[in-house]
Design a binder for this molecule. Structure first.
Ligand code: NDP
Length: 337
């Protein structure tokens, strides 16, 4: 995963001065998209950053981060790892995060995305008891847990009605976080994240599929791009903005759940149009509609109500839809050249 300057430029600092004694952060899923941005943010804020990774030997995160091999399906070593790392804050980002894969592998998804979060919560509670001081816990929850018919604008109190094995696993984790907060008094927060992208988004997600293919078309490496429903609308934010909200949640006096979202929605057509226009191309010359790529259940247009994040965290998304699309296409042009 290359640390291109464009990725770093938009990650701003929350605290200007370094911490006097380094706070120790443990990030699971550190090799994923959000793990990269969060680790850069926390390092800049003076944290000592540790990460769990499935394959640390393949990581390109650099030596400032201490990596530990860990698979959520094999939690037996968690107690030892907590004792060794001694975290003050735990950011649980690791998950089987693909909705389509969750239909093919529902048990694996439940084990990693659902039960995995419970293992991390319980290990954090045990570590808190052992050291006699609070541990702060962040869970990467998802807008997918909500009833998508309750929209179009969803907030922290919207009804939970997950509609995929992935969403069911995230809902289980979400409720366990609340339970640990209420039953054990833990400082545990759910960040209920709407879609967020970046140049590091996996190419199986539509935004990166588009920017990568558009870069290849521009460079003469391919001609056509097959897509499903161009009228599907989403709110797409920038991962660098979203990880700032994660950090802010753990700095509050009281733990709570927060919806994190942009305030706009855009269609896949607008995204593809923006990307191809940036390359001086007309998307209609290259995009083919493939009915097989239509989803059986395409979520209605949804976005989050970020009133709570705005008022308590003073958080706002900064990177616009156009800036995000351009950042991604510039990165893919570099990658594919
Ligand atoms: P990614 O899929 O990029 O990252 C997930 C990470 O989890 C990867 O590093 C992956 O490792 C790791 N992982 C997968 N399986 C295991 C396992 N068995 N044990 C340990 N680690 C594992 O996701 P994002 O960074 O985009 O998202 C971060 C979190 O936010 C995820 O929990 C996701 O579900 C959630 N979220 C994301 C949204 C988005 O729009 N990006 C929206 C809502 C929620 P590897 O890559 O090696 O497989």
């Amino acid at each position: 995963m290359p640390a291109a300057p464009v990725l770093l430029a938009v990650v701003s600092l929350r605290r200007e001065s370094p911490l006097s004694v380094a706070t120790v952060a443990l990030i699971t899923g550190i090799d994923g998209q959000d793990g990269y941005y969060l680790s850069r943010l926390l390092l800049k804020q003076g944290y000592e950053v540790h990460g769990f990774a499935l394959r640390p030997e393949q990581s390109q995160l650099g030596e400032e981060v201490s990596l530990h091999p860990f698979d959520l399906r094999q939690p037996a070593t968690l107690g030892d790892l907590f004792g060794k790392i001694q975290p003050d804050e735990v950011y649980h980002l690791a998950a089987q995060s693909h909705v389509a894969r969750s239909y093919e592998h529902p048990l694996e998804t439940a084990e990693i995305t659902g039960l995995g979060a419970l293992h991390m919560l319980e290990a954090s509670r045990q570590w808190q008891l052992q050291r006699g001081r609070p541990v702060r816990f962040f869970q990467a929850s998802s807008s997918a847990i909500f009833d998508d018919k309750a929209g179009p604008v969803l907030n922290e109190e919207s009804p939970i009605h997950p509609r995929s094995p992935y969403a069911c696993a995230k809902a289980y984790a979400h409720l366990q976080v609340r339970n640990y907060r209420e039953a054990h008094g833990m400082f545990a927060c759910n960040g209920i994240l709407f879609n967020h992208e970046s140049p590091l988004r996996d190419a199986s997600f539509v935004t990166r599929k588009i920017t990568r293919a558009a870069a290849r078309i521009k460079l003469g490496l391919q001609q056509k791009l097959k897509l499903g429903n161009l009228d599907a609308e989403r709110s797409w934010g920038f991962a660098g903005d979203f990880v700032e909200a994660m950090g802010l949640m753990l700095q509050q006096d009281e733990p709570d759940d927060y919806v994190i979202s942009t305030t706009e929605t855009h269609s896949v057509r607008e995204f593809v149009e923006t990307v191809f226009a940036y390359l001086d191309r007309d998307y209609r010359d290259h995009v083919e509609i493939d009915p097989e790529l239509f989803r059986p259940h395409d979520a209605p247009v949804l976005r989050g109500d970020i009133t709570r994040a705005r008022t308590r965290l003073h958080w706002e998304p900064k990177v616009s839809f156009r800036q995000l699309a351009e950042m991604m296409i510039e990165h893919d042009l570099e990658q594919e050249a």
